[in-house]
Unconditional design. Structure first.
Length: 316
């Protein structure tokens, strides 16, 4: 049995898994091997890895893609060590900023650990498994476009919207469909068009909600921090409010479906900011959780606002 687990939020994670699937589908060595494709968030990653490795029949391979390393993940070291002794080959492909000591420990614990912040995860996976494959090249190109926000390809933005629309375990079937179609290079499939039609109203309503509920915190000497929320991916929210408030120095988007938070800024180290909440990510974009974001419907708690102000002050 082989298990692939990837970040469910975005095209980079889903695209990484599509390239892995494309590789596994044509590999003659594993034709009769059961292959399971799973999805994870930073909130449930530890729980899902523990469930995969803490059973009598563990996989022969565990492939992790587009998941960075938060401090809370250290509990997994003992699981990796035990799994390795039991013959499980663990491969981890990533591009988030991770402390060197953690990188070294992972490299010693598992079979393969590749982390390159200059590439997106799909590019790392492509270069490892299918470096000369046109379809994998296209998937990686689209993934990089959304992850690095270069916004060169409308189709990449559409894929990202579909993935965001299908967040949550109840939508795993649709995410599997995205992985399958991408792995086949069927980028123009009618199913994508039907998904875009279905999400059009949702995207418009939630985008309008996010813009209408944006809150500006004026924090001297740092500058303005804009916070908003909606039933929408936090990264999408930060993009929307940045367009409306281009003068601001930092943007915080809260996905109110899961209380997951994304911070985006070119003026502070977002990864270091997120680590204050046991989160992590990239220098310019990172994610974290907070226990009590809302007092009532659409009212942020003073503790949340206070903590944002306090941590931003460290970067002023």
């Amino acid at each position: 049995m082989i298990v692939s687990i990837t970040h469910e939020h975005d095209l980079d994670g889903i695209g990484s898994q599509a390239i892995i699937k494309r590789h596994l589908d044509v590999s003659s060595e594993i034709q009769k091997t059961e292959i399971i494709y799973n999805f994870a968030t930073y909130v449930d990653f530890v729980e899902k890895i523990q469930a995969i490795l803490d059973i009598d029949k563990i996989p022969s391979q565990l492939i992790i893609s587009d998941i960075g390393f938060n401090d809370s993940f250290e509990v997994l070291f003992s699981y990796f060590e035990t799994a390795k002794k039991r013959g499980c080959k663990i491969l981890w492909f990533d591009h988030h900023i991770v402390d060197d000591l953690i990188k070294d420990r992972l490299k010693n614990l598992i079979h393969t650990y590749i982390n390159d912040p200059e590439r997106c995860a799909a590019e790392v996976v492509r270069d490892y498994y299918l470096p000369n494959d046109f379809i994998s090249d296209s998937i990686a190109k689209f993934a990089r476009d959304t992850d690095f926000r270069t916004e060169l390809f409308e189709i990449a933005s559409n894929f990202q919207s579909i993935i965001s629309f299908n967040r949550g375990a109840h939508n795993d079937r649709n995410k599997h469909r995205v992985v399958e179609l991408l792995s086949q290079g069927d980028f123009e499939n009618k199913w994508f068009s039907s998904q875009l039609e279905s999400l059009k109203k949702w995207l418009a309503e939630e985008s309008s909600f996010a813009l209408g509920h944006a809150i500006i915190l004026s924090l001297e000497p740092f500058g303005d921090v804009v916070i908003s929320w909606a039933k929408l991916g936090g990264g999408k929210i930060t993009k929307l409010i940045k367009q409306k408030f281009p003068h601001a120095k930092a943007f915080i988007g809260i996905d109110s479906r899961y209380n997951e938070i994304i911070i985006h800024s070119d003026f502070l180290n977002c990864r270091e900011f997120a680590k204050e909440f046991e989160g992590g990510g990239h220098k310019e974009r990172a994610g974290f959780k907070y226990q009590h974001i809302f007092d009532n419907t659409n009212v942020l708690t003073q503790s949340f606002i206070g903590n944002i102000k306090k941590i931003v002050s460290k970067f002023s």
